[in-house]
Design a protein around this ligand. Sequence first.
Ligand code: NAD
Length: 425
Amino acid sequence: MLSKAALRLVSAVSPRRMKLLLGLALLAYAASVWGNFVSMSFLLNRSIQENGELKFESKIEEIIEPLREKIRDLEKSFTQKYPPVKFLSEKDRKRILITGGAGFVGSHLTDKLMMDGHEVTVVDNFFTGRKRNVEHWIGHENFELINHDVVEPLYIEVDQIYHLASPASPPNYMYNPIKTLKTNTIGTLNMLGLAKRVGARLLLASTSEVYGDPEVHPQTEDYWGHVNPIGPRACYDEGKRVAETMCYAYMKQEGVEVRVARIFNTFGPRMHMNDGRVVSNFILQALQGEPLTVYGSGTQTRAFQYVSDLVNGLVALMNSNVSSPVNLGNPEEHTILEFAQLIKSLVGSGSEIQYLSEAQDDPQKRKPDIKKAKLMLGWEPVVPLEEGLNKAIHYFRKELEYQANNQYIPKPKPARIKKGRTRHN
Ligand SMILES: NC(=O)c1ccc[n+]([C@@H]2O[C@H](COP(=O)([O-])OP(=O)(O)OC[C@H]3O[C@@H](n4cnc5c(N)ncnc54)[C@H](O)[C@@H]3O)[C@@H](O)[C@H]2O)c1
């Protein structure tokens, strides 16, 4: 039916009309092809555009994310929560000055006294201390940090003074012996003068080095010591001895209340990484896969106390009525080799132990007698060696990571060494 109708139509159309119709059909076909092409390329363009936009957006996201992270950190630092602090009534709250409070021991003492609810002023010249050790208190209403050298007089109102300012490790105190002497002599006089003016009690952080190269073991407080007054360590040993003398002169002549802590080797987080001490040396060597260097046979013994034990001892002594010197240390002796092996296994390090020739004047034994502290302060160390070492290892590992991730922060300089021989400190 349909084909017949079409035939009739075709035969009825003249050839001219036929050409016209064919032309129109061709045009319609071309238009439909063009239309398809246009719509396809539109769709294609759109997907390319969308794709490009997506890529662009993810690039921007990549750049912005670290900025967002930084903003979050900044926000956190503004709304920073301080470690929990006890509330003390005005009557019980003391105004406490800690000289050398940004150092290793001083910063832990700051933490303890702040958390106990006291008002703490840290005075430090940042010779070996650093702001990072106490930064978590900056801005707290009970805390103040003053950049000051104790060789210059200080005028503030306080109830107690923990006088810790002094470089403590041999490379540091031998770097500038005259300054070490000034800090321990003029610095101590200044702090005793302040204690006298404001009626404060002063605790001196003295040292086991006042016993020098001891001839009695273990050392009791009534041992007078065996110190070379002109040796390379004299600036520190004799500096601390005269600082003790000054304390008792001020006590006898001016009635200043003094406390003297003879501190033995101490370790823990925030101790200096490059101060050449045996614990820090071994931990760093083990963490970095380097050989652990033992001088001599490694049978020499050392005794180390964990820093929180020392801090508790310092506070107990300050608040006691014991004005004569008191040893604060851990009497548990270990050989240097035992330390090396224990640290190696706690770090899980494959480092070897390397034996080097014995160092001159390396003491064979170091051990405190702490009967007096036990009896009069009820104090003794409680942190087991392994527990303390694990905390110190954790700290050193984090410090190494921190340095690796913060290349723009200058690496800590190696200990400022000028003179002195290598030995186990
Ligand atoms: N760490 C130990 O094993 C040990 C052993 C015996 C005695 N001590 C005594 O304990 C105290 C603290 O020792 P540490 O191990 O924390 O040492 P550290 O070097 O970490 O701290 C000493 C602090 O005193 C500051 N300081 C030095 N000279 C100063 C000055 N002139 N004015 C102001 N600040 C000054 C330093 O910058 C540093 O913050 C020292 O007096 C040290 O003699 C420590």
